[in-house]
Design a protein around this ligand. Sequence first.
Ligand SMILES: Cc1ncc(COP(=O)(O)O)c(C=O)c1O
Length: 298
Amino acid sequence: MSVYPIVLTQGTFKHRDSLNFPFEERGLQFGDGVYEVIRVYQGKYYLFNEHIDRLYRSLEEIKIAIPYTKEDFAELLLELLKKNDMDTDGKVYLQVTRGSAPRDHYFPENVDANIYAYAEPAARNIEMMKTGVHTITLPDIRWSYCHIKSLNLLPNVMAKQEAKINGSFEAIQHKDGLVTECSSSNVYLVKNGKIYTHPKTNGILHGCVRIAVEKFAAGLNIPFIEEAFRVDDIAGADEMFLTSSTTEITPIIKVDQDVIHDGKPGQITRKLQAAYAADANIAQFSEDVPVLTSKSNE
Ligand SMILES: Cc1ncc(COP(=O)(O)O)c(C=O)c1O
């Protein structure tokens, strides 16, 4: 299914077929903009404030101003779900660019940002979360401001495609052997009951699900250590998992040729998945118990 018909653009709601963006658009020509992907469960946003906060941080970093307060923009995004009668599991993609102007590297003057958002259905990938995924490792060739959710995703796209070609779901990226994050998710290693992940520097995107995982770990008394692990540590990991708004908390059971522990999702990963389900008010699952399907899975 395509996106829901009503999209939010420049503060108004329009039919998706009526949109006509010009070629001279800074997002298109320079990747000069930022974006967010927000999870929706049964028509309700999850980690909404975290995404809004990150959007405004990204905008500030690249010096784009939009004519809405956080509260006003949040209202518009809530309205977007209402206008589409969205009550399924899904996601909202939203993008803000520096606007439409003749192509020139200098920021254009007196040009409004282009803002749009659309909603689409997206079922939870329960199978993947149950069984876990394979990943590869790759050098992280990205720029120095990965904390900005920039539209410039070419290295991420290349890495994800490389993973696919190798029969894997994701690519774990590393700088000089130190693991940063995956191409579209954060990554974690569990060893001796502790969770390790890269600190929140400019080298990674500060994931909204990561914020939640840190909170769940605290609630479960599991040490959450913001310390980058090495590619060499992976072979000896007890568990590994990745997180993002669309993949939630997904176990990693193989990295390159290394099977993680016994090749099955670990107990800490399972506890975090249960905490996520409780926090998001969605169906829990285990290996043996059939999953309650949500409307979008029917
Ligand atoms: C590079 C990268 N890291 C991490 C994440 C996870 O972020 P979040 O948990 O906010 O979805 C994403 C999500 O798109 C991403 O693209």
